[in-house]
Design a binder for this molecule. Structure first.
Ligand code: S3P
Length: 167
């Protein structure tokens, strides 16, 4: 049966990096949902947020997620995608879901070093404000992420370990 494998997790949890590695290792197609959206709309995610607002982004994100039905691919989702509409239920029913878990502190140290402007959901936050935001959002989103079929500690992942989970 063709079923997608979805990587879920907070911004900065390594979904794209691990998705690419895993797809390469398993010789499967890799799809980054954010990238897929960017190609569809012809503008970056920050530009889309600015021009159309977050609600329109969430609707589009949900729509493109459902286009993944039946694809035999490794798919990295956007950090918010499991947490809106019926998306998490759909993900569970239509594929295998893997949650890449990191603590707020670990996410903070990774996101602090990244380009915050590329992630409009972080609203340009830095320092203690960024950490507080991550803690709050992760608490809000965990009930969705925790529904994934498999939860892995991102700090202890190996390519072999991930591949075995999927086999
Ligand atoms: C978002 C995460 C982003 C992107 C958008 C919103 C979020 O994806 O979809 O900026 O709300 O968590 P990444 O998790 O790949 O950064």
């Amino acid at each position: 049966m063709n079923r997608p494998i979805f990587l879920l997790g907070f911004m900065g949890s390594g979904k794209t990096t691990w998705g690419k590695k895993l797809a390469n290792h398993l010789n499967k197609e890799f799809i980054d949902l954010d990238h897929y959206i960017v190609e569809r709309v012809g503008m970056s995610i920050p530009e889309y947020f600015q021009q159309h607002g977050e609600a329109a982004f969430r609707a589009l994100e949900s729509e493109v997620l459902k286009e993944m039905e039946g694809k035999s691919a490794i798919i990295s989702t956007g950090g918010g995608s499991p947490c809106y509409f019926d998306n998490m239920t759909w993900i569970k029913d239509n594929g295998l879901s893997i949650y890449l878990y990191l603590t707020p502190k670990a996410l903070f140290s990774r996101l602090e070093k990244s380009n915050i402007a590329k992630r409009p959901a972080l609203k340009g936050l830095t320092g203690e404000h960024l950490l507080a935001f991550i803690e709050e959002k992760l608490t809000e989103r965990s009930p969705y992420y925790d529904q994934a079929h498999i939860k892995v500690d991102q700090l202890n992942i190996s390519l072999e370990g991930l591949s075995q989970l999927i086999a």
